[in-house]
Design a protein around this ligand. Structure first.
Ligand code: ZN
Length: 139
Protein backbone atom coordinates (compact mmCIF):
# COMPACT_ATOMS: atom_id res chain seq x y z
CA UNK A 1 0.00 0.00 0.00
CA UNK A 2 1.12 3.55 -0.68
CA UNK A 3 -0.15 6.77 0.88
CA UNK A 4 0.88 10.24 -0.25
CA UNK A 5 0.46 13.42 1.76
CA UNK A 6 1.33 16.94 0.62
CA UNK A 7 1.90 19.64 3.20
CA UNK A 8 2.67 23.35 2.81
CA UNK A 9 5.37 24.81 5.04
CA UNK A 10 5.94 28.58 5.19
CA UNK A 11 9.61 29.55 5.59
CA UNK A 12 11.63 32.73 6.07
CA UNK A 13 14.39 31.61 3.68
CA UNK A 14 18.08 32.38 4.32
CA UNK A 15 18.92 28.90 5.70
CA UNK A 16 15.76 28.75 7.81
CA UNK A 17 15.74 25.39 9.65
CA UNK A 18 12.21 24.19 10.47
CA UNK A 19 11.31 21.18 12.61
CA UNK A 20 8.67 19.26 10.60
CA UNK A 21 8.81 16.10 12.70
CA UNK A 22 5.29 16.48 14.14
CA UNK A 23 3.85 17.11 10.66
CA UNK A 24 5.41 13.87 9.41
CA UNK A 25 4.20 11.98 12.49
CA UNK A 26 0.66 13.31 11.94
CA UNK A 27 0.71 12.10 8.34
CA UNK A 28 1.84 8.65 9.50
CA UNK A 29 -0.82 8.55 12.25
CA UNK A 30 -3.58 9.46 9.76
CA UNK A 31 -2.96 6.32 7.71
CA UNK A 32 -3.15 2.60 8.32
CA UNK A 33 0.37 1.65 7.25
CA UNK A 34 2.29 0.33 10.25
CA UNK A 35 5.50 -1.02 8.72
CA UNK A 36 7.44 0.21 5.72
CA UNK A 37 9.30 3.32 4.61
CA UNK A 38 8.45 6.99 4.96
CA UNK A 39 10.00 9.23 2.32
CA UNK A 40 9.93 12.96 3.09
CA UNK A 41 10.84 15.14 0.09
CA UNK A 42 10.76 18.87 -0.56
CA UNK A 43 9.87 20.20 -4.01
CA UNK A 44 12.42 22.73 -5.27
CA UNK A 45 16.17 23.12 -5.85
CA UNK A 46 16.97 25.59 -3.06
CA UNK A 47 15.66 23.61 -0.08
CA UNK A 48 16.62 20.32 1.57
CA UNK A 49 15.49 17.77 4.13
CA UNK A 50 17.65 16.15 6.79
CA UNK A 51 17.54 15.22 10.46
CA UNK A 52 19.10 16.97 13.42
CA UNK A 53 18.47 17.58 17.09
CA UNK A 54 15.81 20.28 17.11
CA UNK A 55 17.30 22.57 19.75
CA UNK A 56 17.84 26.33 19.34
CA UNK A 57 21.65 26.26 19.00
CA UNK A 58 21.60 23.99 15.97
CA UNK A 59 18.39 25.37 14.46
CA UNK A 60 19.24 29.06 14.64
CA UNK A 61 23.04 29.17 14.58
CA UNK A 62 25.24 26.12 14.07
CA UNK A 63 23.82 24.74 10.83
CA UNK A 64 23.65 28.21 9.31
CA UNK A 65 27.32 28.82 10.23
CA UNK A 66 28.32 25.49 8.67
CA UNK A 67 26.52 26.17 5.37
CA UNK A 68 27.96 29.68 5.24
CA UNK A 69 31.45 28.08 5.32
CA UNK A 70 30.48 25.40 2.82
CA UNK A 71 29.00 27.78 0.24
CA UNK A 72 29.37 31.44 1.30
CA UNK A 73 26.50 33.70 0.28
CA UNK A 74 28.87 36.38 -1.06
CA UNK A 75 31.06 34.05 -3.16
CA UNK A 76 30.94 34.09 -6.97
CA UNK A 77 28.36 31.78 -8.56
CA UNK A 78 28.03 31.36 -12.32
CA UNK A 79 24.34 30.52 -11.73
CA UNK A 80 23.72 34.17 -10.88
CA UNK A 81 25.07 35.19 -14.29
CA UNK A 82 22.67 32.77 -15.95
CA UNK A 83 19.52 34.11 -14.30
CA UNK A 84 20.67 37.43 -12.83
CA UNK A 85 19.49 36.33 -9.41
CA UNK A 86 21.22 36.09 -6.03
CA UNK A 87 20.77 32.53 -4.85
CA UNK A 88 23.70 30.55 -6.27
CA UNK A 89 24.77 29.60 -2.74
CA UNK A 90 21.23 28.36 -2.00
CA UNK A 91 21.34 25.94 -4.95
CA UNK A 92 24.81 24.65 -4.02
CA UNK A 93 23.86 24.15 -0.36
CA UNK A 94 20.63 22.35 -1.29
CA UNK A 95 22.44 20.07 -3.75
CA UNK A 96 25.04 19.15 -1.14
CA UNK A 97 22.37 18.11 1.34
CA UNK A 98 19.72 16.60 -0.94
CA UNK A 99 15.94 16.97 -1.16
CA UNK A 100 14.75 14.00 0.90
CA UNK A 101 15.20 11.52 3.71
CA UNK A 102 13.73 8.02 4.00
CA UNK A 103 12.95 6.78 7.50
CA UNK A 104 11.93 3.21 8.37
CA UNK A 105 8.46 2.87 9.90
CA UNK A 106 8.33 0.08 12.47
CA UNK A 107 5.12 -0.85 14.26
CA UNK A 108 3.63 2.57 13.53
CA UNK A 109 6.64 4.55 14.75
CA UNK A 110 9.33 6.39 12.83
CA UNK A 111 12.77 4.86 13.50
CA UNK A 112 14.30 8.06 14.87
CA UNK A 113 16.23 8.77 18.05
CA UNK A 114 14.83 10.80 20.93
CA UNK A 115 17.10 13.70 19.93
CA UNK A 116 16.63 13.33 16.19
CA UNK A 117 13.98 15.30 14.34
CA UNK A 118 13.20 15.68 10.63
CA UNK A 119 13.91 19.25 9.49
CA UNK A 120 13.28 21.27 6.35
CA UNK A 121 16.03 23.77 5.49
CA UNK A 122 15.15 26.60 3.12
CA UNK A 123 18.34 28.08 1.65
CA UNK A 124 16.67 30.53 -0.71
CA UNK A 125 17.16 34.26 -0.27
CA UNK A 126 13.50 35.06 0.38
CA UNK A 127 10.51 33.73 2.28
CA UNK A 128 8.87 30.82 0.50
CA UNK A 129 5.94 28.47 0.86
CA UNK A 130 7.40 24.98 0.45
CA UNK A 131 5.57 21.88 -0.63
CA UNK A 132 6.74 18.77 1.22
CA UNK A 133 5.61 15.36 -0.02
CA UNK A 134 5.39 12.56 2.54
CA UNK A 135 5.05 9.19 0.86
CA UNK A 136 4.50 6.11 2.98
CA UNK A 137 5.04 2.71 1.39
CA UNK A 138 4.34 -0.46 3.33
CA UNK A 139 1.62 -2.51 4.92
ZN1 ZN B 1 18.62 30.87 -8.81
Amino acid sequence: MTQTHRIQVPTRGDTDVIDINDLVKSAVDEGRIRDGLVCVAVIGSTAAITTTEAEPGLLTHDLKAFYEKLAPADAYYQHEQTWHDDNGHAHVRASALGPSVTIPLIDGRLALGTWQQIVLIDFDTRARRREVVIQIVGE
